[in-house]
Design a protein around this ligand. Structure first.
Ligand SMILES: [Zn+2]
Length: 315
């Protein structure tokens, strides 16, 4: 592990610069890593730099850790904050995602802990979800305030990035599943048995509390997104089980986190150049914004300038 004393902490470098100005600078990171429960840092990142960002949506969960991992420029953020300070309902998702955009991140690997709703998805398995059922009522869009956008979510994750990460997991000899439906609930309590069985009837394969919100925002931000889900338990649907205990979940999580770090290192090292024909992630907003530009208030244009290129002129 890199000693904490080696970390440089520059001042709030972006506080006085607009997102538009930052966009013209060289990207500070190409690959983003969003860590979940148990994953608060990644070992092996060299030339560490911690950056605190201010965004139009407030403060991200923590400082972004920038550096080189396997020779690639990466940015790491702990979703819950180091020390696990924010519950799924308290996370400022928009600020977290926007911060990655400000840093120039084009592809993001997310790590999420989940419960399994299927016998064949065992605790300690890795699952790359590709569909979501969102039960939450959170802020999950950058739009509003006089600018309406309806993005397509038919394909809510990047198939290219998901396949690549899944292949990295398989290459390490791990049990990994490609494609699953993730039911996103508000939490923080886990499901009742009745709810868990209902989620199965809906077609859910996984239950979690964060990924659907982030999937929507990364898609609006036109960042390729893959979610690596770490199965910690069978949720509460198994009638012969005693149900979920926090102790059981965290023991499986501890094992899973080391797997996730291995997968990330392997996936990052081997990530090929982005193939524009393999996904639609970079063109999500092209047909999504329905409000005529002349009707979008100046303050909203300013907030969205990093996401919508034609708002950058400030006219
Ligand atoms: Zn993509």
């Amino acid at each position: 592990m890199t000693p904490r004393k080696a970390v440089r902490k520059p001042a709030e470098t972006t506080a006085k610069k607009s997102p538009a100005i930052r966009k013209k600078e060289a990207p500070r990171a190409e690959i983003g890593i969003l860590g979940g429960t148990g994953l608060y840092e990644i070992e092996g990142i060299h030339n560490l730099e911690e950056v605190r960002l201010k965004t139009p949506w407030g403060d991200p969960s923590d400082e972004y850790i920038l550096g080189a991992l396997e020779g690639r420029k990466v940015a790491f953020l702990s979703r819950h904050g180091r020390g696990h300070r924010f519950s799924p309902s308290e996370i400022n998702y928009r600020a977290n995602v926007y911060g990655f955009k400000m840093l120039g991140v084009e592809r993001l690997i997310s790590v999420n802990s989940v419960g399994s709703l299927r016998e064949e998805i065992r605790p300690r398995d890795i699952v790359f979800a590709d569909q979501f059922i969102d039960k939450t009522k959170r802020d999950c869009t950058f739009f509003g305030g006089g600018c309406v956008a309806h993005i397509s979510l038919a394909e809510p994750v990047c198939p290219q990035l998901s396949r690549h990460c899944h292949a990295a997991a398989v290459g390490l000899g791990l049990r990994s599943h490609l494609g699953a439906t993730y039911v996103c609930m508000e939490g923080p309590a886990f499901s009742t048995r009745a709810e868990s069985k209902m989620h199965q009837v809906w077609g859910g394969d996984l239950i979690g509390m964060t990924a659907a919100t982030e999937a929507k925002l990364f898609r609006e931000a036109e960042i390729c997104y893959a979610t690596m889900n770490l199965a910690t338990d069978y949720d509460t649907w198994r009638l012969h089980e005693e149900g979920v205990t926090v102790g059981m979940i965290f023991e499986n999580l501890r094992v899973n986190i080391s797997k996730a770090k291995e997968i990330i290192r392997k996936a990052v090292a081997a990530l090929p150049p982005h193939d524009e024909t393999a996904c639609s992630c970079r063109h999500v907003l092209a047909a999504a914004v329905v409000t005529a530009a002349k009707h979008v208030p100046a303050a909203t244009r300013k907030k969205l300038a990093l996401l919508v290129p034609e708002y950058r002129t400030g006219r």
